[in-house]
Ligand binder design. Structure first.
Ligand code: AMP
Ligand code: FES
Ligand code: ZN
Length: 301
């Protein structure tokens, strides 16, 4: 049979049917290797309507895990109806596969959509991404905890993880390097977080979504244009073109270094965290966490 997907970095070429078997098999291997979750545990998959998170949901469902979805309506239009379209595609995937999707609409729950919340809070110099990230992390944690899920899974792929690692390494950000992991254990107020696709290249996930016939949103978030993470991805892609496999090696060697204890957490870090008096999620201040502080401040505007 003719090969459909060529993976130079693995020196492997597979036909459609074998590729569609290979991806879930590898995912299962990563779930076990990094002790992400067990078969009897309930998984909440954060779905953005993009190829990675919808493919992740599809893979976990095919592997027989109990996985529900969570879509967060950010209220981003960007001239292309970005949030409406990603919501529609997430709902479509859920109903076609008989899966359960929870939806949290930021504007309904917190009064304003993300771009307005960001403007009102004067964070992030004209770009709503920092406020958006803060809100997404907060909401994912809240829903996972309130609805009793054992673990929260996101669709981060190798390109995402390598770009974050590259940024953290350029700055030698010890705190971020320590926390960058395929599986972060739960801690008081925080759900366990896993990234089962972290070892797949972005193009491998695009091929999976395409061959599985998953309809996903092609557009990136309109605010992503010009982001540093995209610049890092371009740099790493240039390196990958010249030296196939280097992105994977960069990330895997980092994970191995983690295992040897090179990035062990400093004991004082955990000791300095307190539960936020409003939402219970950990914060390093004695007062409200950054998310609750932002929402409180907006009430006075
Ligand atoms: P991003 O931060 O946009 O690169 O997305 C990384 C991961 O976060 C995605 O693969 C999803 O698992 C999750 N995610 C991003 N946006 C949303 C959203 N609006 N609702 C739920 N999960 C999301
Ligand atoms: Fe949040 Fe772009 S600003 S997804
Ligand atoms: Zn809080």
């Amino acid at each position: 049979m003719k090969a459909s997907v060529h993976m130079r970095q693995h020196k492997l070429a597979l036909c459609r049917d074998h590729y569609l078997e290979w991806i879930p098999e590898q995912t299962e291997r990563f779930i076990k290797k990094y002790e992400m979750f067990r078969r009897e545990e309930r998984v909440l998959v954060a779905v953005s309507g993009g190829k990675d998170s919808l493919s992740l949901w599809d893979i976990l469902h095919r592997l027989g895990y109990q996985a529900d979805g969570l879509y967060i309506g950010l209220g981003i239009d960007g001239g292309v109806g970005y949030s409406d379209e990603s919501h529609r595609l997430s709902e479509k995937f859920a109903s076609e596969n008989g899966l359960r999707l929870h939806v949290v609409d930021v504007a309904k729950e917190y009064g304003q959509p993300i771009p307005i919340l960001a403007e009102m809070s004067h964070r992030g110099q004209g770009r709503p991404c920092a406020v958006c990230g803060l809100a997404k992390r907060h909401i994912m944690n809240r829903i996972a905890r309130d609805l009793g899920y054992d673990v929260l899974a996101t669709g981060h792929n190798l390109d995402d993880e390598a770009a974050v690692l590259f940024g953290n390494t350029l700055q030698w950000s010890g705190n971020f390097l320590r926390r960058q992991s395929p599986a972060l254990r739960e801690s008081p107020g925080l759900a366990r977080k896993v990234k089962p696709l972290c070892r797949f290249y972005e193009r491998e996930m695009a091929a999976y979504a395409l061959l599985r016939g998953i309809e996903y949103i092609y557009e990136e978030c309109p605010f992503a244009e010009g982001a540093t993470s995209i610049y890092y991805k371009e740099l790493l892609n240039r390196l990958e073109t010249d030296k196939p496999g280097s992105k994977l090696i960069f990330y895997l060697r980092f994970l191995e270094a983690r295992e040897t204890g090179l990035f062990a957490p400093a004991p004082e870090e955990a000791a300095n965290l307190h539960p936020c008096p409003n939402c219970g999620q950990p914060t390093s201040t004695d007062d409200l966490c950054s998310f609750c502080r932002m929402i409180e401040k907006l009430k006075t505007v």
